[in-house]
Design a protein around this ligand. Structure first.
Ligand SMILES: [Cu+2]
Length: 340
């Protein structure tokens, strides 16, 4: 009996020990789990999310405006000399000639030695604008694809803010026959290859190769002309009498101090914004994020950009927030690159 008691006591002690050991082991596991979790996501490894905020016009631009004096209150107007409304152009080069008029107060497009200056924004279809500086020579749109196109132009300041007076904006529609060859590599005015559009080659490119070759030699023998090889595009189905939003900025690459803040600027035709006594709003979003609204027709500046590529979308909407369609021009997304 005594012996049995002793055995059961030993068993009980053993059981307690096993339990205690198990307890210790599980406590250890819990500990090491906690430690492991902490190691997987240290708080410092989380990248800062881009948080954009609207800021006032940068002092640098205010200073430039002051230096320009009354030129900033100019009311420049443009008129298309060519192409003319409804014109048919044979060949893939479209010469753009503009008459500048209106109350200029010294406003004159020109590229200064620093590469900046007043210029005209020239927009083929709904592509990003091209900057046109010297109006004494036509601007050559090269390799323009066959079909119907629109051109939109408006005067701009050195920091790319557009003049918004009546008559500043003009749009024409025209047609290109024997248009650009999509298989032709894109070249600069010097004939340097910049990009090859073979990937977007279309079926009628062979028929257009003669015209494209002619364009090439023209471009090479006309040295001082500004111009650009254009990506393939055709016009949207745009009604010039309907509300029209034209995306202007931002565009391209922003470096260093130019990358913060970045300006959003656009042109409006037949559409007054709510804050200006009208019915429309401009909705914008960056990288597919939260939609925000611009209710007065003036540029805004956004601060807080992170380095890398960003998508900026501008849309014209009515007071209920419904998209206002006109061709496909009233909703435009552009990718920009911010280099820090
Ligand atoms: Cu510009």
């Amino acid at each position: 009996m005594k012996f049995m008691k002793r055995i059961s006591l030993s068993l009980a002690v053993l059981a307690l020990c096993v339990l205690a050991l198990a307890g210790c082991t599980s406590a250890d596991n819990a500990n090491s789990n906690t430690t492991a979790t902490t190691n997987v996501s240290p708080p410092t490894a989380t990248p800062a999310a881009q948080n954009l905020s609207q800021v006032e016009r940068p002092q640098k631009i205010k200073d430039q405006m002051q230096q320009r004096g009354e030129q900033d209150q100019a009311k420049p107007t443009l008129r298309f000399v060519e192409p003319r409304e409804g014109q048919t152009i044979t060949g893939s080069t479209v010469n753009v000639r503009l008459d500048l008029g209106g109350d200029l107060k010294g406003y004159q497009p020109h590229k200064n030695p620093d590469g900046k200056g007043n210029h005209i924004h020239v927009i083929l279809d709904n592509q990003p604008y091209e900057a046109y500086y010297e109006l004494g020579q036509p601007f050559e749109l090269r390799n323009v694809s066959e079909g119907k196109h629109t051109l939109r132009v408006f005067p701009s300041r050195p920091w790319h803010e557009s003049y918004k007076n009546d008559g500043a904006f003009q749009m024409v529609s025209f047609t290109v026959k024997g248009g650009g060859d999509a298989s032709k590599p894109t070249t600069t005015a010097n004939g340097q290859v910049m990009a090859n559009a073979n990937a977007t080659r279309n079926a009628n490119s062979a028929a257009n190769s003669n015209a494209a070759t002619a364009t090439n030699s023209n471009a090479n023998t006309a040295p001082q002309r500004e111009g650009k090889d254009m990506a393939a595009s055709t016009a949207g189905d745009v009604d010039p009498k309907k509300p029209l939003l034209t995306y202007s900025r931002p565009k391209g690459e922003y470096k260093g101090e130019d990358s913060d803040p970045i300006m959003i600027d656009f042109w409006l035709v037949n559409a007054k914004l709510q804050g200006d006594g009208g019915d429309y709003r401009v909705r914008y979003s960056v990288d597919g994020g939260e939609a925000k609204y611009i209710d007065k027709w003036e540029p805004i500046w956004l601060s807080g950009w992170t380095a890398g590529a960003h998508k900026v979308k501008l849309e014209l909407v009515d007071k209920s927030g419904n998209a206002v369609a006109n061709g496909d021009y009233n909703s435009t997304t552009r990718e920009i690159t911010v280099v820090k």
